[in-house]
Design a protein around this ligand. Sequence first.
Ligand code: PGA
Length: 238
Amino acid sequence: MNIVICSDYAELSAKAADILEAALKEKPNLVIGFPTGGTPVGFYEEIVKRQLDLSQATAFNLDEYIGLAADHDQSYHYYMRHHLYNHVKIGKWYVPDGTAADPAAEGERYEALIKEAGGIDLMFLGIGTNGHIGFNEPGSSFAGRTQKTPLAEATIEANARFFASKADVPTEAISMGIGTITDAKRIVLLASGPTKAAIMKATIEGPVTEEVPASVLQRHPDVTFILDKAAAAELSNE
Ligand code: PGA
């Protein structure tokens, strides 16, 4: 487990881009996992600023809201185009289809696409204040695959800031499961700000439990946590 503590958000974003840049140099046809949310915005800005060459890469997003079409401005399809894919050349990119009539079949299709691509080489993650990774909320099985999953109340509240009102936040998503995520060869989790301090302590120093989904990462052979000072504030040796 590698823990990188950055002085601020700009440094955290640059560190994440450094890791991606180095991995692309080594393997231009990298298979990448990408998150959404507020935290990775600076990382995506950095990728665009550096014009990293993703032209041979394949990217899979973690999740998508159920019920939001790709052109909805809060869909993760839209988010990825807006922050990244409209601004860099990307080989292939995928986001689960939140409008699929059969979410279980969509989960299976997504898993098959990941498998066909050779598996995820480098997975970037954010984290919810409740420890979720993707939309795998507390209590999710560590063995889970891509599937439909309900959003926790804390997640709906946290994400309400992106919608006109809390009532507009979808209550379900299609998300890679924790099993899908931990199959990635290498994982990099980004956490920024004081609202993430307590959950980062639980994730890194607490027991490995399905009640703190991100705690599973303690068992992964190649995981890097990139935190800013505020998110690292409750770690024991800080
Ligand atoms: P945030 O979301 O980056 O907007 O805090 C992270 C998450 O919910 O995974």
